[in-house]
Design a protein around this ligand. Structure first.
Ligand code: C5P
Length: 219
């Protein structure tokens, strides 16, 4: 692989799972570990980029040499990514964003209901990748698609619908792929090229290949 290919470029990456409060002590989240996004941040630093990482929940330490901004909710993430867009050359949405949030989180801890049932009303969160896709100018926009079936068809649709330049698709029904694992097996889709199937490998190795591919596309 070539080195220093992202010198002078600003790469903004989101990672981890968003957290949507239900009440002061409870929340809605997901199984994202943040490992893929953090690996991408490391791979971008290795290639000489200036890197901003907007991190939702994860147990990982802040990567060295990266400006890391910690956020909780999808709305916070949306605000940070939109604020970063004008100064970015590459934006990668690797975060697992909750599609829904509590319309109005309770201000006090919810008590057990007499009825034995509790109904929560959820409202849709913004699709941040689609927001960035609608707002971007020269920025190169990358998204992920975790699917359990019809991988390429669904991923291709997302690439177009969200106006991304690259979509990294993984079949999370496979062993060792996606959430929580240190390894991943992805297929890279771009607008003008045939899908590229990468082997099962460490998330850092995947991240390095992705960065090489992005640098070729933007340089
Ligand atoms: O539509 P789906 O959630 O499968 O799309 C996945 C891609 O869209 C990921 O890059 C994810 O970070 C992004 N996404 C988003 N905002 C949402 C949901 C997903 O930016 N509300």
């Amino acid at each position: 692989q070539q080195v220093g290919v992202l010198k002078g470029k600003h790469v903004v990456i989101s990672a981890g799972g968003t957290v949507e409060p239900i009440d002061p002590v409870r929340y809605i989240s997901n199984r994202s570990s943040g490992k893929m996004g953090y690996a991408l941040a490391q791979a971008a630093v290795e290639q000489g980029a200036q890197v901003t990482l907007v991190s939702a929940t994860t147990t990982l330490p802040d990567p060295i040499g990266v400006k890391t901004i910690h956020i909780q909710s999808a709305q916070d993430l949306s605000d940070q990514m939109i604020a970063a867009l004008p100064e970015a050359d590459v934006m990668i949405m690797a975060a697992a964003v909750s599609d829904y949030r509590m319309g109005e989180p309770a201000t006090n801890k919810l008590k057990k209901q007499e009825s034995g049932q509790l109904t929560l009303t959820l409202v849709e969160n913004p699709d941040i990748l689609a927001q960035l896709g609608a707002m971007k100018e020269q920025q190169y926009l990358v998204g992920f698609a975790a699917e359990t079936q019809n991988l390429l068809t669904y991923a291709q649709k997302k690439l177009v619908k969200k106006n991304a330049d690259m979509l990294i698709a993984n079949d999370v029904s496979k062993d060792q792929v996606g959430f929580g694992y240190d390894t991943n097996q992805v297929t890279i889709l771009t607008k003008n090229h045939e899908p590229q199937v990468l082997p099962l490998q460490s998330k850092l190795a995947v991240a390095r290949e992705v960065m090489q591919k992005i640098s070729k596309a933007i340089n």
